[in-house]
Design a protein around this ligand. Sequence first.
Ligand code: OSB
Ligand code: MG
Length: 368
Amino acid sequence: MRIERIDLKIVRLPLVRPFQTSSSRKAHLDHILVRVVAGGVIGWGECASPSDPYYCPETTETCWHILKDFLAPAVLGRDWSTIDDLAGLYRPVKGNRFAKAGLEIACWDVLARARGVPLHALLGGTRVEIDSGVSLGIESQVQVLFDQIDRYREEGYRRIKLKIAPGWDVDVVRRVRERYPSVPLQVDANSAYTLDDVPTLQALDAFDLILIEQPLAHDDIIDHARLQAALRTDLCLDESIHSADDARKALDLGACRVINIKVSRLGGLLEARRVHDLCLARGVPVWCGGMHEFGIGRAANVAIAALPGFTLPGDISGSDKYYAEDIVEPPIRAQRGAIAVFEGPGLGVEPIEERVEARTLRAVTLPA
Ligand code: OSB
Ligand code: MG
């Protein structure tokens, strides 16, 4: 394959409901869509970086810079036949994994379309549908959370994840658990605690949680190992894991017993699959995390979550949980708490070009 053209577009979509975590609050998202043309085949990818550096160091603007000035120039006009070859072309670029994921997903889409196969099949997926959960933000009142939990349980979602932060933790989880004694429940702290908070985190052991996600610093695995030793509940790492090597080290240290596989944080589907393969070999459960992806990134998440080791429901909800109007067809919907894998070639969804154009804030075509 040889990439002859790359288009980058920053696209803005309003969220149906503002989303608050311990580290940021969002009412709309600006993601970069990456359109690649190689041998006449078109592929799409999505860079789902937040606009601010409060989840991880990258932002929409750093991704734009790295894609336009380093990643695109490294791959344009160069020959590659596997994604490993392709990644080799931009290997000198350190970090910047959200940016890399946007380009890499588009190249997987090209590869799968060129072969006429669905992406989940190219990746080695075995599932026909994936178990779907919802991630619920921090609210001003617990009643608002109850209303959302009622609604998503009625829609059939298979587990609830609550964002927690100091001041919105043990008491909230207790009230949710009292009202929903058997709902599969987990929490995500987005690195809002320290080892001084061990007693608070131990108090969560009482609520039969599936896991506690990333309680400590975004770049830590050492203190998480100390914390895991002091908890009954399984820890799951998100922010701290950027590669299969990170996952191996975290598991060897006992820093977690579950891993959140998030395609963008890992720099793409290839590294996501490596983390999956490592965890499958070690009997460690994984699930697919999300970044409120638009339809392109969401379809990539669905494809990777079809691999056999994804035994826990993920944060891949139907796009109607986030957006009144997504940018792809067919629309991505959960039915009875599951999303069917897409059987069309590549990602199996197509961007609605007029909708993309209408919502584009900035665009560039490379080479210029
Ligand atoms: O930590 O998983 C996270 C959203 C934005 C930033 C970080 C996270 C999240 C979510 C939402 O939890 C997951 C989703 O529904 O896409
Ligand atoms: Mg998380």
